[in-house]
Design a protein around this ligand. Sequence first.
Ligand code: FAD
Length: 582
Amino acid sequence: MNKVAFVTVASLLTQRKIQLQSAGDSQQIYYKLKSREEHLADALQSEYDVIIVGGGATGAGVSLACANRGLKSIVLESQDYASGASSKSTKLVHGGVRYMQQIFQLSEKNRIEKWDLVSESLRERSNFLSMCSYLTQDFPTLIPCNNLFDLGYYYLGSLVYHCVYLYYQTGGHTFKPPRIVGKEEIQSHFKFAKCNYGVIYYDGQFNDARMVQELLVTSSLKGTLNMANYVEVKGLLKDEQNKITGVQAFDKIGQKQIKIKGKCVVNATGGWADNLRLMDDPTVSKRIVSVAGSHITLPQKYGSRHWGYLIPKTSDGRVLYMIPWQGNMIMGTTERKLESPTHDPTVSHEEYMWLLKSFCDEFTVDASEAARDVKSKWCGVRPLVYQSDALSTKEVSRTHQIEVSKSGLISVMGGKWTIFRLMGEQAVDKVQQLIGKNQKRIENLPKLVGDWTQFDHRKEIQIMMKMFDLPQSYAAYFLTTYGDRAYDVLKLIYEKPENKESLHPQFPHTVGEILYQIRYEQARKPEDILFRRTRLGFLDQNAIFTVYEKVFQIMAKELKWSDKFQQQFLKENFEYIRKLEF
Ligand SMILES: Cc1cc2nc3c(=O)[nH]c(=O)nc-3n(C[C@H](O)[C@H](O)[C@H](O)COP(=O)(O)OP(=O)(O)OC[C@H]3O[C@@H](n4cnc5c(N)ncnc54)[C@H](O)[C@@H]3O)c2cc1C
């Protein structure tokens, strides 16, 4: 694009800003976000009400509740935001049809706990989708049936699931009731399906790593939150009465020890929660069970653009989801108990083969072609709270627990993505009891920053296509990734001709978008961009080899990495990069 065209685009962006403001919108369209360095500079001079350790779903949920109640807080994350379980989920916002089914099994021992879990999750499912319309959507899921007994059983089960949702619904997003579908309709979505009929029920889905980012940005824009990734909490600071007064941490980017003052600490470290609990009190017993779960990504041709598919009983009695996500199908998950949590768990050969076999057993597909078509695979560690009577990981509770230690460490353990908001609110209730502040929970559901201007996203995609001459899929990408902030990203992309350079012909990412993620979303390593700010690594592992070098160069220039640092970085990260080879 020539210089004149860039000037035109800049003036179009300004015009759109004026249009939105004159339409009575009180929110500004360009958001002023602090850099990582500005956040850390604030941190060294502040005393916080709450120090939140862990920048995954739980930490982000706690940060939102703190921001909404005006508590001064900071999130410290030892790696990148959402680099733990929170970027590696099945991306479902759900009540858990599996737990619903278990409630009605004669052998079930924890019926009441499961009921609470499902009803709580169904209520939060609606809240989740209405807080953040641009990153989420509801979608139909097919349960295939091969006989009339199964059809009746799954239809009734789905109906109960829907009725529980209707009973507990307190507003928020509405979901459609279940229905029965026949072969023709099934084949129009899943051409390789073998079943003759099935049941459709509704759940939600979302972009997990982007959700963490949007939650943190929303909280920080409210003015009371600081946040820094690559800061590992190494110890707790305490006074003479053994009460927590702050944390000792290591800034891995700045390579220095830092102390941060705070009235209490929330332990939101997921699978690593026991480490912080043991730092606080070496006599406590461990509570976390780490369970690895793997997924594979398959091309769209094997599934539907709009429907998910639930295999209700695999060869080892689990449920398996296949859901449409970002133009592909993701399939998972397995469950494998680990001795201890790890940051980069890998998909074992057995898990990979089991996922492929389950897929090939369910559909009429050629197994070797399907194996060749797998585009990505990944593994995450689910942090579950231990109960001694659980026989297998399938039976370890998915409920969350909040523990307050004598010195004031509030550990939020277990749970699932769907209920992050509730976990955050409950943790901050405990914070307030501890520090003696009693601001109430806000009554209305908070909206995330990308929804602040309340765009009609469908209309906005059309406007964006015309304004920037973008294909529909690219305009949709910007809107469904950044919401209102899409205009901030586009502003940077159109600021200079070189920012418009594409990274990969099949994806909408450009140099300008990467610059935005470095400057305003704290991306500090290529994998932060490849796996979490964009989702390239989850969608197409081969694509990351094409773009890794380019992303590395953009980062080196923007962050002014010396030649020595670049060499050292590549040396240190060689193993990591090699592991990505598919
Ligand atoms: C395979 C799989 C599929 C799932 N699917 C779904 C789903 O479809 N729907 C759903 O609702 N839920 C799902 N879940 C559950 C959900 O993903 C998790 O419950 C949730 O992401 C946990 O978030 P968290 O913040 O507690 O943990 P994490 O995301 O692991 O975050 C903890 C963070 O703490 C950081 N940390 C650790 N120690 C320190 C320290 N000393 N200093 C600073 N930081 C530290 C870690 O680096 C990490 O980033 C799934 C989980 C898995 C593994």
